[in-house]
Design a protein around this ligand. Structure first.
Ligand code: SF4
Length: 192
């Protein structure tokens, strides 16, 4: 399957998930501007296919905005590397998401039926099961890709050799072995 078909299928999976989640999310207290999930959790895990969508979006922005965002992405990456919790680089000053329409699955799955305090979001058990199943489906779809924290995956995709191989459908985990090990990146097809 080529990359365009994979990206279309990614959107289909998102849409189906949203539909299946409606019955649970109707109880959610989440509202625009809350941003607890975007600031209090270190990890925003994504698959490479989602990273590619984000990268394509970034490359269409005005050059100056790209530069500013890249600084935020680099800072988030550095903070993560020293286990420091850092706000998502795509969180805007008004506490909304710059990439909301193309936000990754880990942001779509989260909601809470209680106010997020020290314990974080409270979700229905069935919704958690549905999320886990969907993550496996996404990893199967992105079978020549990887999963990991958003700024680490974006960093990989910014490497021309990696991007070229990935876009061609190729797969060479040795190419990223050292970086992957140091940054907790996993191979999607290792589950199969
Ligand atoms: S991508 Fe958007 S929704 Fe997801 S953590 Fe970042 S700011 Fe929040």
């Amino acid at each position: 399957m080529d990359i365009i078909n994979k990206q279309n299928q990614l959107v289909e999976i998102y849409n189906r998930f949203e539909k299946d989640m409606r019955r649970y999310k109707k109880d959610a207290l989440c509202k625009a501007g809350c941003s607890f999930c975007c600031t209090h959790f270190g990890n925003v895990d994504i698959i490479t296919l989602e990273g590619l969508r984000v990268l394509q979006y970034l490359r269409r922005l005005p050059k100056q905005q790209q530069k500013t965002l890249q600084k935020k992405i680099d800072k988030n990456k550095k903070d993560r590397e020293i286990q420091k919790i850092s706000p998502c680089p795509f969180l805007k000053s008004d506490k909304t998401c710059l990439i909301y329409d193309i936000r990754p699955f880990s942001c779509r799955r989260l909601y809470s039926v209680k106010n997020c305090g020290d314990k974080g979001p409270i979700v229905h058990r069935q919704a958690e099961e549905l999320s886990k199943k969907t993550i496996m489906e996404l990893q199967d779809l992105d079978s020549n890709g990887y999963s990991g924290h958003i700024t680490y995956i974006l960093d990989l995709l910014r490497q021309p050799e990696f991007l070229k191989l990935y876009l061609s459908g190729g797969f060479n985990p040795v190419q990223i072995a050292a970086y992957g090990k140091a940054h907790g990146i996993v191979i999607n097809c290792s589950r199969i």
